[in-house]
Structure formats: C-alpha cells, structure tokens
Design a protein around this ligand. Structure first.
Ligand code: FAD
Length: 393
C-alpha cells in the first residue's frame, strides 16, 4: 500500500471537523470543475473570471473568514485550506479569491465606513461585484511608500470636498474585470485608500499581455486621470502605509497555505507518473535516486503544512504577528517552487508540456514568489525582527 505525502505526518488530524469538511468541498470543486479546464485557460490566457467569481461566491469562498455582510465567517485556517485546494488547481484561481477576499473586501471591511461596507461587501461576497487592489506602481513595487499617485481635495477646507485622483497602478490582478478598485494614493496627510467604482470617468484599465506566469489570471495597468470622487469614497479608518500593509498580511497568510497546494499537486502527479514510467526495464519509482527526491520533497511539503497550520491556529487565536506570516510566505513559496522544478525533472520531457501541471505550477510560482512581498522583502522583515535594524534602504 502506498501513502500520500501529507498522510505520512497525518496533518489532517490537526484540522477540525468543520474546516476539514469545507476543505473537502473545495477539493471536489477543484477536481471536478476547475482541473478539467485549467490547462486550456492557461494556454489561451483566457479565464472566465466573472463566471468563476459567482461559483466561488456560491461556495462561500469570497471574504470567507470575514464576519457579517454575507461573508461565511469561517476560521482563518479554513480560509487557508481553501486557498491550498484552489492553488492545487492553479495559482491564478487562488489569486482571484485572494484579491477579492483578502485585499479588496478586507480593505473595505477593516478600514471602510458603514456605507462603503453596506454598498460593496454583500455583492462582493456573492461574486456579483468584483474588486481589485491598486497599490503597486510602475516605479514602486517593494517600496510602495514612494508612490506617485496623488489624491487632492478639490476644495480644501470644505469637509464635503470631492477628491481628485491621478496616477498609474501596475500589475493589478482582476483590474480589467473589476467593478470596484481599492486605490491607494498620497494625500496631504499621507497615504490614504479610496473606493473607486471602475466606471468613474478618468479610470481606465488595460490588460497586461504576454505573461509567462499566472496566465489563468487577469493582470492589468490602471490609469487614473483626474478621477473625481465624492468625499465619502475615502476609507476613513486607513491612515498611512499600515492600511495597505494590513491587507497584504491577510493575503500573504493565504499564500502560506496556497503555495503548498501547487506543491502537493506536483508531488502527487509525479509519484503517480514515476509508478507508471519504465526506464531500463524498471519502474522509475523503484530507483533510489527517484525515491530520495520524492522523500526530500515530501519532507518539505510536510514541514510547510505544519508551519501553515501553526500560523492558522495563531491567527484563529488573534495572535499572529506579521513577521511570522513572513516566515511562512518566504519558506512555503520557496519550497513550493523548488518542489515544482524537481518534480519536472522526474517527468523528463513530458514535464514541460501542459498535459501535466508541473511547468504551469512552476511558472505560476515565479509570480507567487514576487507578489505580496518578494522573498527578499520577507528576509528583510525577518532580519529586522531579529536585529532591530532596518536594512530596507
Ligand atoms: C502576476 C502579478 C499580480 C500582481 N497583483 C498585484 C495586485 O493585485 N495589486 C498590487 O498592488 N500589486 C500586484 N502585483 C505587484 C507585486 O506586488 C510587485 O510585483 C511586488 O511588490 C514587487 O515589486 P516589483 O515587481 O516592482 O519589483 P521591485 O520592487 O522592483 O524588486 C526587484 C527586485 O529587487 C529586490 N529588492 C527590493 N527591495 C530590496 C532591498 N531593500 N534590498 C535588496 N533587494 C531588494 C526585490 O526582492 C526583487 O528581487 C502583482 C504582481 C504580479 C507578478
């Protein structure tokens, strides 16, 4: 009898019944609905985000760990496990859910006014309204504090004054399909967040083509040309960079789990392939070198899962520090991409095709290493916590 990599450590025994039931529902959805389509969506760089958002909404996956406003209100661990299952399908599919729930919805839920929450969150939870999150700019990625997008008051001194936003945002997931954009801009008193309906005059989104990674995800450049918004468009509770960073910590938490889904899919695919493939008249899985690779990868996957579940428990108890999320994001994305590449070697030439998910996952994980804080940025976060010295600049 053979065992799956995660069953070796019985990590399921660390997951509560409700969370496991939810996880199994998402796993079945990914197997039956998403996996048969994903290679085509990836190859054609054409993914039906609107249809999928409605389906994710029906499953209760959008903003699932938030309370109220039609959100499911699950545990943070359940949210992480959903991310893991979705990313076993494709990182692009998990990105749809991450950006909607952890970035756009969370920003409004955490920092918004009651009116903003009532207007947007229920429709975003069902997937009827899609959100995006505009922080990165062409010249400011790891250092968003340098952003050039400006928010100026049309009539300074008048509390009812309109805001006028001007600038560009780059690499924005769901940008061209979004109904609402949470845009971060520099105002007189520092960085502020704005809820921008995407049909506001002066707002345009242009899809970024020719990506070799996250092809089953829409990425866009946003242009804001004198976009006029009412006073009520500003997120009242977000002041300074801590506003967007609080959202990034949410999304990074999902990636701690999500990246392991891609790694698990690679490893399970590879174990099955090696059991069938005959080389020099023996099964590939019977060679010591192959088994050493499979063993090492299973060790890393298991360690990553234990780390993710630990962070999930800390988050559910309300005591998860951002540095711990950095440890999880750094380790699990780094190990996931190493696993995807190593699995590819075991499939030989077959590993480079879309018939198998390895190269697709490996290419996707290049983006996952980069967004939500690059590996280097997370090393600097951890380094600062250890030494008390900021080495960012
Ligand atoms: C597919 C995709 C989707 C995305 N979706 C979104 C989105 O929805 N919303 C959004 O706002 N952004 C999004 N991003 C942008 C993402 O967050 C940025 O790409 C990321 O923050 C890195 O910024 P950058 O690409 O400008 O790289 P840079 O910041 O230019 O970094 C280049 C290199 O320099 C390194 N570096 C940076 N600082 C230091 C330092 N102090 N010391 C040493 N090395 C350093 C980095 O680690 C990296 O290796 C997305 C990106 C991708 C690829």
């Amino acid at each position: 009898m053979t065992r799956t990599p995660l069953s070796l450590l019985d990590t399921d025994s660390l997951i509560g019944d409700d969370d496991r039931a939810m996880r199994d529902t998402v796993r079945s959805f990914v197997e039956e609905r998403l996996k048969p389509e994903i290679a085509g969506w990836y190859e054609n760089a054409d993914v039906p985000v609107r249809d999928l958002a409605l389906e994710f909404g029906k499953l209760g996956l959008l903003g699932m760990h938030l309370e109220g406003y039609g959100c499911a209100g699950t545990s943070a661990t359940a949210y992480g496990l959903a991310c893991l299952e979705l990313e076993a399908g494709d990182s692009g599919l998990r990105s749809i859910v991450s950006v909607q729930g952890s970035l756009a919805m969370y920003a409004i839920w955490k920092h918004g006014s009651d009116a903003q929450k009532d207007e947007w969150l229920p429709r975003m939870a069902t997937g009827e309204a899609i959100g995006c999150f505009g922080l990165t700019e062409p010249d400011f990625g790891s250092n968003p504090g340098g952003m050039r997008t400006r928010a100026r008051l049309d009539a300074p001194g008048n509390p009812q004054s309109d805001w006028v936003l001007t600038g560009n945002k780059m690499w924005i997931t769901n940008g061209t399909v979004a109904d609402v954009a949470v845009v971060w801009a520099r105002a007189e008193d520092g960085v502020r967040g704005f809820v921008v309906p995407t049909d506001t005059p002066g707002f345009t989104a242009t899809e970024i083509k020719h990506k070799m990674s996250l092809r089953a995800s829409v990425t866009a450049e946003l242009s804001l040309d004198e976009v006029r918004l009412p006073a009520s468009a500003m997120l009242p509770e977000a002041r300074g960079l801590s506003g967007p960073l609080s959202c990034l910590t949410e999304a990074r938490f999902g990636i701690v789990f999500g990246s392991l889904g891609a790694a698990r899919d690679c490893l399970e695919t590879t174990i099955a392939y090696a059991a069938e493939r005959e080389i020099f008249d023996r099964r590939l899985s019977s060679y010591q070198l192959t088994q050493a690779k499979l063993a090492d990868m299973s060790v890393e996957l298991g360690k990553g899962m234990l780390l993710a579940l630990h962070l999930g428990r800390l988050k559910d108890e309300g005591r998860l520090p951002a540095e711990a999320v950095s440890i999880g994001k750094l380790n699990n994305t780094r190990e996931a991409i190493a696993i995807a590449r190593e699995c590819r070697t075991i499939l030989g030439a077959a590993g480079i095709t879309l018939e198998y998910p390895l190269m697709r996952h490996a290419n996707n994980l290049e983006s996952v290493l980069t967004y939500e804080g690059t590996s280097e940025v997370h090393q600097l976060v951890i380094g600062q916590a250890l030494t008390g010295e900021s080495a960012f600049r």
